[in-house]
Design a protein around this ligand. Structure first.
Ligand code: PMP
Length: 361
């Protein structure tokens, strides 16, 4: 039997036409490509994690309820008491569950573009149609275009990454308010980068008729755990919860998260340190020839190269110097000359700047 032929006649043609989500590998490199927190956990926290893992029974399935984790997440991240809460294996999983819960085949998922690619991929995986509404040339939200597209396409789900990945901007509360009023279905306010921004919609998570607030612990130092949470009015969360695989939060994730959240100020302090370094790095980058740095409310900077050397060539040159950033050439044409650089430690920023001065000289 020829497996390739059988797969080709069985797997959905639209899936065969896709390329898999690329995850970069970079051992021994300065990793500024994935919006991770570069600081490890201090010994005291690592000891608590080890003790929690040791005390966890691996032979049992996870419990049906996560009451202790629920209370810890609410306390650590300011989830209102009257909001319902749903946990996911990363916020990626919650994005997928939201689309599954809301969309019948052919229904529309809408988001500004460029934005987080999983909004479009999740739509496609679940037979929904994706409507991308281009940002303005300087990567601001085009509110009139958003409202026109919402009116014309009647999306079941609108995803708003606030701040936006990969551009870094944070849409104004007034603009989001206007979108909420216009949207006929659910609006997902994805606050993955909120710890690096001013403002949050979380306090209103229980009170909005057609919105939920999505968060992750990935960008504050726990990307390896795979844990995201969705807060919103109970009538929405209860329906989306029906699609959740029963054991999506494994026992180690739960135990480790409970242990780490007792030291939440450590994570806050690291995020504050990263955030405080953002303006300095932006200023240094902007002083290089032919470089535009876009304003960012996240733990990364989007940078456009309009000099002799294109973003792709700079990306390759950084790679040979063992510095990883994210290159967007080959994707959305709006990002053609852009690299996304995640914030790192002061030493990593110094190494990046030395390499770029050398490359661009
Ligand atoms: N939302 C946004 C806007 C993101 O940029 C990302 C990660 N790149 C995610 C959600 C997914 O994060 P995770 O699955 O690690 O929680």
């Amino acid at each position: 039997m020829n497996a390739a032929r059988r797969a080709a006649t069985t797997i959905r043609p639209d899936i065969q036409a896709l390329s898999a989500y690329a995850v970069g590998h970079a051992e021994d490199a300065i990793k500024l490509d994935a919006m991770e927190n570069p600081y490890g956990l201090p010994d005291q926290v690592r000891d608590a994690v080890a003790a929690a893992a040791r005390a966890t029974a691996l032979n049992r399935y996870p419990a049906a309820r996560h009451d202790a984790l629920d209370a810890a997440v609410r306390a650590a991240f300011g989830v209102p008491d009257d909001a319902a809460l749903l946990f996911g294996n990363g916020s990626d999983e919650l994005i997928s569950l939201i689309v599954q819960a809301c969309c019948e085949p052919g229904d529309v998922v809408l988001s500004p573009v460029p934005s987080f690619v999983m909004f479009e991929l999740s739509a496609r995986f679940h037979h929904a149609r994706f409507a991308g509404v281009p940002l303005t040339p300087d990567f601001q939200l085009d509110l009139p275009a958003m409202l026109a597209a919402i009116q014309a396409r009647q999306p079941k789900v609108v995803f708003l990454a606030v701040p936006n990945n990969p551009t870094g901007g944070r849409w104004s509360d007034a603009a989001i308010e206007t979108i909420l009023a216009a949207a006929p279905g659910l609006v997902v306010i994805d606050e993955a980068y909120q710890p690096y921004a001013d403002g949050t919609w979380m306090p209103r998570a229980a009170t909005l008729a057609n919105a939920v607030v999505l968060r992750t612990v990935s960008k504050i130092g726990l990307a390896g755990l795979r844990f995201g949470y969705l807060a919103g009015p109970a009538p929405w969360i209860a329906q989306i919860d029906k699609l959740r695989p029963p054991y999506n939060i494994d026992v180690l994730t739960e135990a480790v998260l409970l242990a780490v959240l007792r030291y939440k100020p450590v994570l806050d302090e690291q995020a504050a340190r990263l955030r405080a370094s953002r303006d300095d790095l932006a200023r240094e980058l902007a002083s290089l020839p032919g470089i535009t740095v876009y304003p960012s409310s996240a733990n990364f900077l989007l940078v456009r190269f309009s000099g002799k050397m294109g973003a792709n060539a700079v990306h390759q040159a950084l790679k040979t110097r063992r510095i990883r950033v994210r290159d967007f050439s080959g994707g959305d044409p709006a990002l053609a000359d852009c690299l996304r650089i995640s914030l790192g430690t002061p030493d990593e920023h110094a190494a990046l700047m030395a390499a770029l001065r050398d490359i661009l000289a």
